[in-house]
Design a protein around this ligand. Structure first.
Ligand code: CO
Length: 504
């Protein structure tokens, strides 16, 4: 049987090991080669990429996607989407969900892996429908967790519902790396006989379990596994691509990934990794095996987030108390899987509970909204007393609240009518209003005045792309090239400043 490999270096490995801080420049030169590797798909966008581009990297996330697509015409590009929360931290109205998916597919996405933090099928329906309508593949992901209210039968019936709404494949998304080898075997075997779709396994090495679970998954007939090239594998990231290719072949399965190309890809990222270690962004602690995760289930990303949040507040000495509080808060919320955006909520609420010394004396807005049902229906029973205290009722309404939201895309378009923003900018503004306004301001100030010309968006002219991060003289060069290219109606690749006279 043929087993496919989804390479996660550009998204999940990047997110898990270096907090999604890889700028486009660091991997753009290797994209052409990656396109030749023969991966089943390349996960390159979504998750925290969008947020990180705007917040830390001064990059337009949509532009990044377009460039990746340009360099990889033959590969299936994959993104991770948080259902009705898209790439943000709350639910958005249906028109925003649809526009966002349309724009993502138009800019180059082939496969959208869609999950909901509560495994509430209502929260992924619109995204799945729109993905199909746009001609892309909706791969539906089960947020895997272990709790008194979760069992294999529950996951099987969830997979069935996913199949019925049009999923192209079913992914087991084990964000904390807590799926044990034997459960992996049982879950995948039973999924294979329950649905007619390809089964994908996504796990993390956090607890040291993932390699063994992948092996058992292969024995159970898994169709695709998620891996990362070895330099960015292990720890809170995925198992190594090179190792898994060998294991697949040893098991007499086919794997059509070119090991020579993977070697080159890995050599490139080894250098990138060294830079991250030198700058301190890659904290080698994330490469350790953390078996306590088997109990607290804290995913790698949440771990590093908690630490930095508590460092900022200068309360890191109370970290252990917070770790003990997390399972309690999770129980009060009806055992939601710890995945974005719920993991952030549980983390922050736990910090509050510890700091105030009294549980729920301070309740954060997100927890309040959770009890209002804004994130959907929790998997188990919530703390009734708390729910009554917060929202005055003990039952969740059996409806999807985002369905009743005002159409935010339309409203945002009207709000910025005088600015003439395109679809991508408007979507960024809806998801991250402040970050995007800052980003656009910076982008506009980079547009140069030259004589009577106001040259806009220099960086978007194809031939001057390589001058993106440049000094003043190069910038002037870039502007001139842009003008010349425009004037001559053909690309001009280089220019000698000494030969140029500018008429004012
Ligand atoms: Co992951």
């Amino acid at each position: 049987m043929k087993i496919g490999i989804t390479e996660t270096i550009l998204r999940d490995a990047n997110q898990s090991l270096v907090a999604t801080r890889m700028p486009l420049d660091s991997f753009e030169p290797i994209l052409n080669r990656m396109d030749k590797a023969g991966y089943y798909s390349i996960e390159c966008w979504g998750g925290a990429v969008f947020d990180s581009c705007l917040r830390y990297l001064n990059e337009d996330p949509w532009e990044r996607l377009k460039i990746i697509r340009k360099h990889m015409p033959n590969s299936k590009l994959q993104m991770l989407l948080r259902g009705q929360s898209l790439l943000g931290y709350r639910h958005y109205s249906d028109d925003v969900v649809r526009k966002f998916i349309f724009n993502s597919v138009e800019k180059g996405i082939d496969i959208i892996r869609i999950f909901d933090a509560l495994n509430d099928i209502k929260n992924i329906e619109v995204a799945v429908e729109e993905t199909l309508r746009c001609g892309a593949e909706p791969s539906c992901a089960i947020s895997y967790t272990v709790s008194p209210v979760h069992d294999i039968d529950g996951y099987l019936s969830l997979a069935k519902s996913m199949e019925s709404i049009g999923a192209s494949s079913i992914c087991i998304k084990d964000m904390s790396g807590i799926l044990t080898p034997d459960i992996a075997f049982e879950l995948i075997s039973r999924l294979k006989s329950t649905v007619k779709l390809p089964i994908v396994l996504h796990s993390h090495c956090t607890t040291g379990m993932a390699y063994m679970s992948y092996l058992k998954a292969i024995e159970a007939g898994v169709d695709v596994i998620d891996t990362a090239v070895s330099s960015f594998s292990g720890g809170t990231s995925q198992p190594a691509t090179e190792v898994m290719i060998k294991v697949i072949q040893d098991h007499h399965n086919e794997c059509h990934v070119n090991t020579q190309v993977v070697k080159e890809i890995n050599e490139h990222f080894s250098k990138v990794k060294k830079d991250f270690i030198d700058s301190g962004i890659l904290d080698t602690r994330v490469l350790e095996c953390i078996p306590t995760t088997l109990i607290d289930q804290i995913p790698g990303g949440m771990y590093s987030n908690l630490i930095s949040q508590m460092k900022n507040e200068d309360i890191l000495d109370r970290f252990d108390e917070v770790l003990e509080e997390i399972p309690q808060v999770r129980k009060d919320l009806g055992f939601p899987p710890l995945v974005t955006p719920i993991s952030q909520m549980v983390g922050t609420q736990s910090i509050m509970n510890v700091l105030t010394g009294k549980r729920y004396q301070t309740v954060i807005k997100e927890t309040h909204n959770y009890f209002l049902g804004e994130y959907g229906r929790p998997p188990g029973k919530v703390n009734e007393e708390l729910m009554i205290r917060l929202v005055g009722q003990k039952e969740f309404a059996n409806k999807r609240l985002s369905k009743e939201m005002e159409p935010q895309y339309k409203l945002t378009k009207e709000k910025y009518a005088d600015k003439n923003y395109g679809r991508s900018d408007l979507l960024s503004l809806i998801l991250f209003p402040e970050l995007t306004r800052e980003f656009i301001k910076k982008r506009d100030s980079d547009n140069l005045y030259l004589g009577i010309y106001k040259v806009k968006k220099v960086e978007q002219v194809e031939s001057v792309k390589k001058y993106k991060k440049i000094d003043v003289e190069d910038k002037l060069k870039a502007v001139l090239i842009a003008i010349m290219s425009n004037y001559l109606d053909k690309p001009v690749s280089n220019i000698d400043l000494d030969e140029i006279y500018v008429m004012r």
